[in-house]
Design a protein around this ligand. Structure first.
Ligand code: SF4
Ligand code: SF4
Length: 164
């Protein structure tokens, strides 16, 4: 790859980055509107806003979950984050993978214990094993379940249908 190509790649916005709530949905539109002023990150009481390689904010659920307080959007001067009352602030949902301890018969409910909307259920599989499921209609994508999982089995992803 040419040097110019390498530089273009380095400064291209990451389409998979999870932006703060109320961010413009289109990745390129967000990257254009956000001027990397850095005001949203320090405003977050949960400390979950990091920056990507081009200085734009992205959520780091390894540090905790979003309380949807709106402080980040309220500090945004460009409209890249723009709070609206209607609808969901983002289109994310939790998913629990095969590393989940309950699937192997260990009695762990850490994610369920930290889920305020009670979106996580465990269905019996027999022999002490349990299947974790996320009720997508109830999940807000807050990510409070991610950091508390002792084996990193929980992640937050875009909803398949793009609806909130
Ligand atoms: S809404 Fe509040 S808790 Fe969520 S990312 Fe923004 S500042 Fe942080
Ligand atoms: S992302 Fe939030 S609402 Fe969804 S399952 Fe995890 S803790 Fe519950």
């Amino acid at each position: 790859m040419s040097r110019a190509g390498l530089l273009r790649g380095r400064f291209r916005p990451d389409a998979n980055a999870i932006r703060p709530p109320w961010a413009l949905v289109d990745a390129q539109a967000f990257a254009s509107a956000c001027d990397a002023c850095g005001r949203c990150g320090p405003a977050c009481p949960e400390g979950i806003i990091a920056v990507d390689r081009i200085g734009r904010p992205q959520i780091d659920f390894a540090k905790g979950g979003c309380s949807f307080c709106g402080a980040c959007a309220d500090r945004c001067p460009t409209g890249a984050l723009s709070r609206v009352e209607e609808g969901s602030p983002w289109s994310l949902v939790a998913t629990i993978g095969a590393a989940c301890l309950s699937l192997a018969g260990t009695d762990c409910r850490m994610c369920q214990d930290h889920c305020d909307p009670a979106a996580i259920r465990f269905r019996p599989l027999g022999r002490g094993r349990w299947l974790p499921t996320v009720e997508e209609a109830d999940c807000t994508g807050c990510g409070a379940c991610v950091a508390v999982c002792p084996v990193g089995a929980v992640s937050v992803v875009s909803r398949r249908n793009g609806d909130a």
